[in-house]
Design a protein around this ligand. Structure first.
Ligand SMILES: O=C(O)C(=O)C[C@]1(C(=O)O)C=C[C@@H](O)C=C1
Length: 644
């Protein structure tokens, strides 16, 4: 028996794949910036949701054919596209504001290295490829003063959090500052319990934290009522305290921040809400221009006075100009009891005609109004696909489930077992067939001797696969099929797309739908409308129901000459290889009248025993690797034919 590969060998393979993935992602990023340059020239919007829909639908389909589920592909690509959009925005923003372009920026933020503000600021600078000179501050006022006095170029202020809501102190500060909002950024706040590496959860008695994380983790803290809370001015101070303390103290902070202090996360996911994100605004001394291609936000503050319906009038102005308001917050005006200052974020570019017009109208009715800034919106809403495009099961499998009695593949529909005539070869309950398989690339001039030897060893047919999905080379195909015919082997040709049907059917005795095309509805329907027998290979990740659902699509189109081909599925025993699913063979034989053959050419373990077991369990044939030692195949086939 072949030994399972070593863990380190497998890890090396994964490492090299990951390296390839990274370099592909870097190349994609580079291309995305080139796209931004072209959009800059013809003034086209950065976001093109139609293109995204088309791209996502294609990738979901291609991924599914390779065994990757739709949600996995979608979430990967949502992240990739978000990155692409934000990079394009940062590029165009830089081009539109050449004076604010610097190699190195001084950035003021709350606390010290390791706080969430620090993480937000460093990510913001990284995206703009700007070196960050970080200036930790002890309060929001100090951040504002540091920027106002020119000691910092940017200030980072947390404005709202998905768990604890708006950060009032920052709203109040904005009332009195002359700074402009020039950007926003949102980060995931993954609160962890950080302690020294040798601390255990049972050791922890005291918890240091900033009031914000304490309020965002209130449920966790209620469950751990014995922990003594100590308030700190920032998460960095909390981590510093843990560093100075003994094993009984811990802090709330991010794992990334904790690592800067040599602390480890004893527990993670402390926040009340699963999605815990904080939005930061970036303030600077001067406002910036936002290019019209970039989705922009404008933040205003206004006091309407205590007239009935004053706020409604404001909102109606926005409505009249088709301007969406993404946030509305109110804060008391200091020194004026019962009067409110409203903060509005609207999805509009300050320079746009509609926003300018709306502002004029608002000025007429407001007692006070001020634009705090216009900046690129970093909320990249993921483009969604139609529900039908996301279904893990093909639509037909739903209908099969609803009316299993009517399903054409079922024994209820047709109690007697189906026999499929493949040239001169019959496949079915009473007819066991042996098929060899090889990729078309293996064809060579002296192939005919090998084909004859296969025939003599007991094979009746040859499956020709096209592993790399190359375009069909008709001259090779015709020579190959001629030699198969001379050797007395039926030619079964793998088909990848409906367009290839007209060429392939002139050479083939039967066609094979490879597992990766098992969900290809167009292909199944085209083959179902032809008169050639077809072998339908199970996708390595497909369930029995999905496999039968694909068979149903084929049968519904009219052609009843279908053989199911079980080629192995991924499993935990031998993750590097495929393993024939004998359980499914039994189940499918019990529920369906279609013949099932078993392809052992991909499975590396116990092929001989598997072949015997499969034939005992009702398989109507087997497929072996055409290049396997012919004598070994011959003795196996002899044993199988005897057993039949
Ligand atoms: O194709 C474009 O127009 C791009 O800008 C590239 C891209 C992408 O990364 O694939 C990014 C943003 C658009 O909304 C659509 C697609």
């Amino acid at each position: 028996m072949k030994k399972a590969p070593q863990l380190n060998q497998l890890r090396e393979l994964i490492t090299s794949l990951d390296n390839e993935l990274l370099s592909l992602l870097a190349k994609r990023r580079h291309l995305s910036i080139e796209v931004a340059r072209s959009k800059e020239a013809d003034i086209r919007p950065i976001r093109d949701t139609l293109r995204e829909k088309e791209l996502l639908a294609r990738l979901v389909q291609q991924g599914r054919a390779q065994g990757l589920d739709a949600h996995y592909v979608l979430s990967l690509y949502h992240t990739i596209i978000e990155d692409s959009v934000l990079n394009q925005q940062a590029y165009l923003q830089g081009q539109a504001n050449p004076n604010s372009q610097k190699q190195r920026m001084a950035v003021a933020y709350l606390g010290a290295r390791g706080t969430y503000s620090y993480l937000a600021a460093s990510r913001y600078c990284q995206r703009r490829q700007v070196e960050m000179h970080d200036i930790g501050c002890s309060s929001f006022d100090e951040i504002a003063q540091t920027v106002e006095s020119g000691h910092a170029d940017y200030g980072f202020l947390p404005i709202e959090n998905t768990s604890s809501g708006s950060i009032n102190e920052v709203f109040d500060l904005l009332q009195h500052t002359n700074l402009a909002i020039v950007g926003e950024t949102t980060i995931d706040v993954g609160h962890c319990l950080l302690a020294k590496p040798d601390s255990l959860m049972s050791d922890i008695q005291t918890l240091y934290a900033h009031p914000q994380p304490i309020s965002q983790c209130s449920q966790y803290l209620a469950r751990h009522g014995h922990l003594k809370l100590q308030y700190c001015s920032s998460s960095a101070e909390a981590m510093e305290k843990v560093l100075q303390g003994d094993r009984s103290v811990a802090a709330i902070g991010s794992a990334e921040g904790g690592a800067l202090y040599g602390l480890e996360a004893l527990e993670s996911g402390l926040a009340n809400q699963k999605v815990n994100r904080t939005r930061f605004i970036v303030v600077a001394r001067k406002p910036i221009d936002v290019p019209e291609q970039v989705p922009a936000k404008t933040t205003l503050i206004m006091a309407t006075g205590q007239k009935p319906g004053a706020l409604v009038d404001t909102l109606l102005v926005l409505k009249a100009h088709n301007i969406n308001m993404s946030k509305l917050e109110s804060r008391p005006i200091t020194g004026t009891p019962w009067e409110e200052m409203f903060y509005l974020d609207v999805d509009a570019n300050l320079a746009s005609a509609s926003m300018q017009q709306a502002l004029k109208e608002l000025e007429r009715s407001a007692r006070f109004i001020k634009v705090l800034g216009c900046y690129a919106s970093e909320t990249v809403k993921p483009t969604q696909l139609e529900h039908g495009q996301l279904l893990i099961e093909p639509e037909s499998s739903k209908s099969t489930k609803q009316t299993p009695r009517d399903a054409r593949h079922s024994r209820q529909f047709k109690p007697s077992s189906t026999e499929v005539q493949l040239g001169q070869t019959l496949i079915g309950e009473q007819h066991y067939a042996a098929l060899a398989q090889m990729p078309i690339e293996w064809f060579h001039e002296s192939f005919s001797a090998h084909a004859t030897a296969l025939k003599e060893a007991g094979f009746q047919a040859m499956i020709i696969t096209n592993n790399d999905s190359h375009a069909i080379d008709e001259s090779i195909l015709s020579k190959l099929c001629q030699q198969l015919e001379l050797a007395g082997l039926e030619a079964i040709l793998a088909i990848e797309q409906p367009q290839d049907l007209s060429v392939l059917q002139s050479y083939a005795n039967a066609l094979l739908v490879p597992g990766k095309q098992m969900f290809n509805k167009a292909l199944l329907t085209a083959l179902g409308s032809s008169s050639l027998p077809v072998l339908l290979e199970r996708n390595t990740m497909a369930t029995e129901a999905e496999w039968l659902a694909s068979a149903e699509i084929f049968l519904q189109a009219g052609n009843q000459q279908l053989v199911l081909c079980e080629s192995g599925v991924r499993n935990f025993n031998h993750p590097e290889a495929l393993e024939v699913d004998l359980t499914s063979l039994v189940n499918v034989r019990a529920t369906s009248h279609l013949p099932v053959i078993v392809n052992l050419s991909y499975s590396k373990h116990n092929a001989e025993a598997m072949a015997l077991a499969a034939s005992k369990l009702g398989a109507s044939g087997l497929v072996l690797n055409a290049l396997e030692d012919i004598e070994v195949s011959q003795s196996l086939l002899a044993e199988l034919y005897q057993a039949e």
